[in-house]
Write a protein that binds this ligand. Structure first.
Ligand code: TXA
Ligand code: MG
Length: 352
């Protein structure tokens, strides 16, 4: 165990002292958890194999799951990647800083452990003043997965990081809750046409404006299918301790009726029931004895995305056995929310 220091920072104008202390940890090969606009990252010097190895150890993450390299400027793309196609610069100039990760050819500066032994590398420039200041002060690109224990919901607050990784990281920069709440959209630019490997903070629709032919790869691999073509894409991910039961279907009223029925039965059978609900759904569930976590309005998916991981963790803490959740639709951030729910549900969907 190591001692984990927590330093509060102003998320809009981080204190130079705090950033200098964190950068010193990175330069010494240590681990710093820091806020990005999506979720908290667990950072280490991306150019040092020993530092990156510490990330895998702290998270309990298999080394077959590659890390995202974070840079502080579009021009720094070439620190992490080589043979960069013009489209990468176009996308970076358009969406960076922001929740878009580009998969490119690896540069020699990035050790193989960061990319899980592949010749490709995932790179992004986060839109968070704390993350940008930390990368700039460290003087190196920072490798950072989400700062949660492997297969747990990602951390959107410093408290989540501390709960999962306290005693395993050197420093946590507490910049408050992360604004977007779901991870970055990952686009594989080595595929032709480019493929979205993970829906995230940049909606598919926004990407289509620049890459009309981009496709969304199905991420719903099972453990048996293996993840050979898609490192780190095992279906069990973002899982709360409770079992998640996820509902979909063409008719909202029918879907809700089925959920209410099933949740009532579960409660009657003595299970502690959790409900992950939009405000619009709440009244329909009045008769179900349950712990409720709200995602805000169904017409405000930004709010739902920002609340999602904290809500799953919150229901876990309230000791529920099973969490009932429903399809948010696939438009805008709906695709990313659905993806995280589907993985929390380990790929099981109930079609009503
Ligand atoms: O928003 C985010 O992307 C957050 C913040 C901290 O930046 N990071 C994040 O990292 O979500 P992580 O490690 O939880 O997810 C990274 C995923 C890997 O699991 C893998 O699926 C994919 O990115 N990935 C990384 N490198 C890759 C590569 N070279 N080829 C294909 N996929 C890659
Ligand atoms: Mg993650």
């Amino acid at each position: 165990m190591r001692e984990t220091r927590v330093i509060r920072v102003d998320p809009t104008a981080p204190e130079p002292d705090a950033i200098a202390a964190a950068a010193a940890v990175i330069r010494a090969g240590g681990l710093v958890a820091f806020p990005t606009e999506t979720v908290y990252g667990l950072g280490a010097d991306a150019t040092r194999a020993d530092a990156a190895a510490g990330i895998f150890a702290a998270k309990g993450r298999p080394t077959s799951d590659p890390l995202i390299v974070h840079v502080a400027a579009v021009e720094s793309l070439s620190q992490a990647a080589s043979a960069i196609p013009p489209l990468a610069f176009d996308l970076a100039r358009h969406f960076w800083p922001g929740p878009l990760t580009l998969v490119l050819r690896r540069s020699d500066a990035i050790p193989a452990i960061v990319t899980a032994g592949t010749e490709t590398v995932a790179v992004r420039m986060p839109a968070h003043p704390v993350a940008l200041a930390l990368i700039a002060a460290s003087g190196v690109p920072i490798a950072a997965p989400s700062a949660n224990t492997f297969s747990r919901p990602s951390a959107t607050t410093a408290a989540h990081v501390l709960a999962d990784l306290g005693g395993r990281v050197d420093l946590i920069l507490d910049g408050g809750p992360t604004p977007i709440g779901v991870e970055s959209t990952i686009v594989d630019l080595l595929a032709d046409p480019p493929v979205i490997l993970r829906p995230g903070g940049i909606p598919v629709e926004a990407l289509r404006a620049l890459i009309p032919e981009v496709t969304l790869r199905s991420r719903y691999l099972t453990e048996q299918d293996g993840a050979a073509d898609a490192p780190g894409q095992l279906i069990k991910h973002y899982s709360p301790r409770a079992q998640v039961r996820l509902y979909t279907g063409p008719d909202l009223d029918r879907m809700l009726a089925r959920m209410i029925d099933d949740a009532s039965k579960a409660a009657f059978d003595g299970q502690r029931v959790g409900l992950l609900l939009f405000v619009e759904d709440r009244a329909a569930f009045y008769s179900v004895p349950a712990q409720i976590a709200e995602l805000g309005s169904e017409s405000q998916l930004e709010t739902a995305a920002a609340a999602l991981f904290a809500a799953l963790r919150d229901l876990d803490e309230r000791g529920v056995d099973v969490i009932f959740a429903r399809d948010p639709g696939r438009e805008g951030l709906g695709a990313a929310i659905w993806d995280r729910l589907l993985r929390a549900a380990e790929g099981q969907v109930i079609v009503a």
